[in-house]
Design a protein around this ligand. Structure first.
Ligand code: PMP
Length: 463
């Protein structure tokens, strides 16, 4: 039998080893700083996937040789590599203005009596149909105001499954539908159901910032594939594959895209789903702008893959941003986890809101009307961009255009445009490494979009 002295000795050793671990990390940090210096002198990017892959491979091989938990090593490696890349990026972007800051600033100006054109956020000011609002209040009066099922009202889940079948011919079972408190929370639920500390998620830049923020929030690492205007914002599947590691658990795509308005074709969708399947990752396809596809919408659900999750929201199609309701279609094991998390955090989405959503679902006219509005808005924006000879890709859907302007710093420009001309836009840096781009959103009335674009042209021309 062991003695207490022995136990104290072993504890002392564990303490020393832990301190040595910290010292090793400190040494590694100094080496990383030196690498950063050399890379910046040589013009090498901070993140080089092949170098990381090799490093992971040798470290994991050693873990196997030493007989220690490979999974623990894999997770620790992700965190160490994440912090190395961060350190090389220098001062973070966190002190930069975001579109939400600009929105707050714009709202403050409005409160002070200034008229503002809102092109900074994706909120259709057209709002929810009156019939939906009426249904909401009637539902509350009828007593749809108690605790409900965490996955959502059975009749709404069934109606969503039926709607998807009717529109896309996909066989979705109501058990695979989780009604969520908005699309934003749906992203969180999907990620929290799939990712654990030290896992990686791959996103495609430019991207809605929420994906990276949530990966970070969950102690994971978001790795971005950068796409370019030259390639019409299309990801290259081979490049995407190059980013996958044995820590990748999730790929996130979003078409029609925020902020570029790019859409995906069936071939690329099939390739991306295939990639997720082969790598054992899940694919989250954020399709909240599906009704704003100017042509036929391509959904990830048609692939019938058991690795695919699809996210949808009532915010855009029916202008129900303030109702906070959306849904996830997910494989059973993920749907069950998402339901448990939502149940713990929120109990359920308010049932009167769900009844209103059920009403919205039967209204195909409003999404059609809103799509026409977005299409017309995009045409107006593009016509002004043509006058400026700005580079852009004409959107295939969504509610944004993401041009590159002749600017060094779009954030400064966005601020000037708001202060001098009362037009709020979102700087490209919100969505990744796109300092010369801006996101122009079609939230307001078409008259206002036109007014905003006139002001933007004048500001750029220094008039
Ligand atoms: N996904 C994308 C790509 C979005 O742009 C948004 C809203 N900006 C959402 C999801 C979520 O919208 P909501 O939470 O209002 O459903």
């Amino acid at each position: 039998m062991g003695s207490f002295e022995e136990l104290a000795r072993e504890r002392e050793r564990a303490k020393e080893l832990t301190v040595r671990l910290v010292e090793l990390l400190a040494t590694r940090e100094r080496v990383v700083a030196e690498i950063a210096r050399l890379k910046s002198e040589l013009g090498v990017p901070e993140f080089v996937p092949e170098v990381e892959r090799e490093l992971r491979a040798v470290a994991l091989k050693r873990a196997v040789e030493l007989g220690i938990d490979r999974d623990l090593v894999r997770r620790v490696l992700t965190l160490v590599l994440k912090s190395s890349v961060r350190a090389q990026e220098g001062p973070s972007n966190s002190n930069r203005l975001t579109h939400m800051d600009l929105m707050r600033l714009a709202k403050r100006m409005e409160r002070n009596g200034r008229e503002v054109v809102h092109m900074e956020v994706g909120e259709p000011t057209l709002g929810a149909p009156a019939a939906v609002a009426r249904e909401l209040s009637e539902a509350a009066l009828k007593g749809y105001a108690f605790y409900g099922e965490a996955a959502g009202l059975p009749e709404l889940r069934a109606a969503i499954a039926g709607d998807l079948m009717e529109r896309f011919g996909v066989d979705v079972r109501p058990e695979n539908v989780v009604v969520t408190q908005g699309g934003r929370f749906g992203v969180y639920l999907a990620m929290a159901s799939i990712l654990s500390t030290g896992d990686e998620a791959v996103v495609i830049d430019p991207s809605w910032p929420h994906y990276k923020q949530m990966a970070d929030y969950l102690g994971c690492r978001a790795v971005a594939l950068k796409t370019t205007l030259e390639d019409a914002w299309a990801p290259d599947p081979a490049e995407l594959e190059g980013l996958l590691t044995d820590s990748t658990r999730l790929l996130v795509i979003n078409y029609p895209n925020n902020p570029t308005g790019a859409v995906i074709n069936q071939k690329l969708m099939d390739e991306v789903v295939d990639l997720a399947e082969r790598s054992g990752a899940y694919l989250l396809s954020d399709e909240v702008y599906m009704d704003y596809s100017f042509d036929e919408h391509v959904t990830a659900l048609t692939t019938n893959s058991d690795r695919v999750l699809m996210l949808m929201s009532f915010s855009k199609s029916w202008g129900m941003t303030g109702y906070r309701i959306g849904y996830l279609v997910a494989p059973s094991e993920v749907a069950e986890r998402a339901t448990r998390i939502q149940g713990s955090l929120l109990t359920c989405v308010p049932e009167f809101v769900q009844v209103a959503a059920l009403k919205a679902l039967s209204d195909r006219e409003t999404p059609r009307k809103y799509r026409e509005h977005m299409k017309r808005g995009a045409e107006i924006i593009c016509s002004y961009l043509d006058r400026l000879k700005a580079r852009y890709v004409a959107p295939g859907g969504g509610m944004y255009v993401f041009p590159e302007l002749q600017l060094e710093d779009a954030t400064e420009f966005a601020l000037k445009l708001l202060e001098r001309r009362g037009v709020a836009i979102a700087p490209g840096s919100v969505f990744g490494d796109y300092q010369r781009n801006v996101r122009l959103s079609i939230s307001d009335s078409l008259d206002k979009v036109e007014k905003g674009m006139r002001a933007l042209v004048e500001e750029l021309r220094g008039a």
